[in-house]
Ligand binder design. Structure first.
Ligand code: GDP
Length: 605
């Protein structure tokens, strides 16, 4: 390793790996198309090659396209490898040996919208991974009155704009930098940035007409090796990350990988992280897309004996079905101890596993890759969210995941929930979930999952409150009015004065003077011939009392109690607890004093 560090002189650099992130519809796909130069004539794409899940830009291409900027930089990196699935956290939050796979990122912000929720999610991922990034402030052409200057450097394009457009641009730029400031980040439009490294560069762009694209390309290529010579020094030690696991006709399950450093050969023994433990297998085939456009029909691939990083490749080998996207691939060298390599391969997975809640109580979380799972766990842990996690899974939601989640039904109903991020739910799993009462929420934006879960907790609370409402008993003392016994039993109908507290529909009523005999519960209340739900101290109302137990005869006026007996709410320890839990602020001090008085009367401890 010492030897490698000594070589960190900028002479032997590999291509930096770049990803594009940001909120939906900010123009990530369009921007990638634009820098790919889909507008460049067929077959003359300046050496740009399509790779597996990535696009490769040779340095000359970057230089050619930023020539107008006259930066005259000597680009030392051979090129730039841009990951093709913009915006997809599952791919952009890839890790490689503990740090981010991506060396640099482009964070796209729509100038008309400023920072949006997913922008902030992306920001947090980038910070978590310590990944440097450039902000592309996109869609400048949408500023009202914008004068198109196709593919021009941004300062040149800006000079062609009216004062109004320039002012509007400045106003929006300030808004965006302020929003970044609120996220704790200093940003500055790159041509005014005096503290490169400390202050993050903003490049205004249009992915439609190409303004600012030369600037963006130049910044990417020029700036990265300066700050990252060591990181970008090519090393022979294989550093490789699994992007995606998928079937390919004729090859079985294959993995798409990004090879950052080192060389992979057909026949290499490799270890990848699997859901059920490390997978040890041998590389059977190494594939890249065919570079010649005409031949790029479906499945037309180039076979390689060996491939050197940085590149993205498809690998076919046996037993890859359970491989986990977003984890590292390890090659077993002649002097390596297989057991040690297996342990290393599982490290990422284990570190994520260890983030689940130790109490064993919490929701079940399912995501498409290890990286996105980790991002989701991180998010759920933030104080503002704070949702415990008891179990995790990667890939589609299967029956077994539902079974796991259903274990929470007996502990905490709200946690019998699967938060599924960017994955499918198998039909059998859905069926079982419905049958058992396990909730599954699906989203491809992290904060949407949180919103859904929060709403669900809300409805559960409401339900609980309704249930509790039946158990909470409001305190009241009622006096029967003379000549106002309208019916003696089944049901008892009386005119009463509410002497104290609140008479409420549903309240169980007893006669304390007669050894607390229960005469039933208030079924309805009428005030001035109008039905009401409750009557407060001082009111005179008619109440209907029905027997609480349908199997027993209701106690009867005169036979069991008389006109001078007071009617009182029958409280219990539990009813008082429920009252406190749900209605603490609904009762006045005087009413709470009545609760205490009745509590003593009933000798409740
Ligand atoms: P993504 O969801 O971030 O990948 O966004 P897309 O690349 O799909 O772009 C979303 C929409 O914005 C599409 O209709 C694009 O044509 C449009 N768009 C993207 N970039 C620009 C731009 O720079 N200027 C304008 N006017 N429209 C853009």
């Amino acid at each position: 390793q010492k030897k490698e560090l000594q070589k960190a002189d900028g002479e032997n650099l590999r291509s930096p790996i770049c990803c594009i992130m940001g909120h939906v519809d900010t123009g990530k796909t369009k921007l990638l198309d634009c820098i790919r130069g889909t507008n460049v004539q067929e077959g003359e794409a300046g050496g740009i090659t399509q790779q597996i899940g990535a696009t490769y830009f040779p340095a000359e291409n970057l230089r050619d396209r930023s020539r107008e900027l006259k930066a005259d930089v000597k680009l030392k990196v051979p090129g730039l490898l841009v990951i093709d699935t913009p915006g997809h956290e599952s791919f952009t939050n890839l890790r490689s040996r503990g740090s981010g796979l991506c060396d640099i990122a482009i964070l796209v912000v729509d100038i008309m919208h400023g920072l949006e929720p997913q922008t902030i999610e992306s920001l947090n991922l980038l910070r978590m991974r310590n990944t440097e990034f450039i902000v592309a402030l996109n869609k400048v052409d949408r500023l009202y009155g914008w004068n198109t200057c196709r593919n021009a450097p941004i300062t040149k394009a800006m000079k062609q704009q009216s004062q109004d457009v320039q002012n509007e641009f400045k106003r929006r730029l300030i808004q965006v930098t302020t929003q970044f400031k609120e996220q704790g980040l200093n940003t500055e439009v790159y041509y005014d940035n005096k503290e490169i490294g400390k202050t993050i560069n903003i490049v205004p762009t249009s992915a439609v007409s190409g303004e600012g694209i030369p600037d963006l390309l130049l910044l990417l290529a020029q700036w990265s090796p300066k700050t990252m010579v060591e990181k970008l020094t090519y090393s022979n030690v294989v550093q490789c990350t699994v992007l995606e696991v998928k079937g390919l006709e004729g090859y079985g399950t294959t993995i798409d990988v990004v090879l950052v450093n080192g060389v992979l050969h057909v026949g290499d023994q490799i270890v990848v992280c699997g859901m059920q433990g490390p997978i040890v297998t041998t590389i059977r085939v190494l594939l890249t897309p065919h570079p010649m456009k005409e031949l790029r029909v479906k499945g037309a691939c180039l076979h390689h004996k060996e491939i050197k990083g940085a590149q993205s490749i498809k690998i076919a080998a046996q037993s890859l079905e359970h491989a986990i996207a977003g984890t590292g691939l390890y090659v077993v060298g002649p002097n390596d101890d297989l057991e040690v390599v297996k342990e290393s391969a599982m490290e990422d997975m284990n570190s994520v596993m260890s983030r689940t809640d130790k109490s064993g109580e919490g929701v079940y979380v399912q995501a498409s890759t290890l990286g996105s799972l980790e991002a989701l766990l991180e998010f759920l842990k933030t104080p503002a969210v704070n949702i415990p996690v008891s179990g995790i899974g990667i890939g589609p939601v299967h029956k077994k995941d539902v079974v796991w989640a259903s274990a929470m039904l007996n502990k905490k109903k709200e946690y019998a929930t699967i938060l599924a991020f960017d994955v499918n739910v198998k039909a059998e799993a859905r069926e079982l979930a419905d049958e058992k009462g396990v909730k599954i929420f699906i989203a491809d934006i992290i904060y949407h999952l949180f919103d859904q879960f929060k709403a669900y907790i809300g409805t559960l609370k409401e339900e609980k409150k309704k249930e509790a409402a039946d158990e909470a008993v409001f305190p009241c003392v009622l006096k029967i009015m003379p000549n106002c016994v309208f019916n003696k039993k089944d049901p008892i109908i009386l005119g009463v004065d509410v002497l104290e507290g609140i008479a409420k529909v549903g309240t169980p009523i007893c006669i304390p003077q007669k050894e607390f005999i229960d005469i039933g519960q208030i079924a309805s209340i009428e005030n001035n011939h109008k039905p009401v739900n409750f009557a407060k101290k001082g009111s005179t109302v008619a109440i209907k009392i029905i027997g609480s137990n349908p199997d027993e005869q209701q106690k009867m006026f005169v036979r069991h109690f008389e006109i001078e007996d007071e009617l009182v709410s029958h409280l219990s320890r539990r009813s008082i607890d429920k009252l406190k839990e749900n209605y603490r602020d609904k009762l006045s001090n005087e009413e709470w004093r009545l609760v205490v008085k009745l509590k003593n009367l009933f000798k409740i401890l």
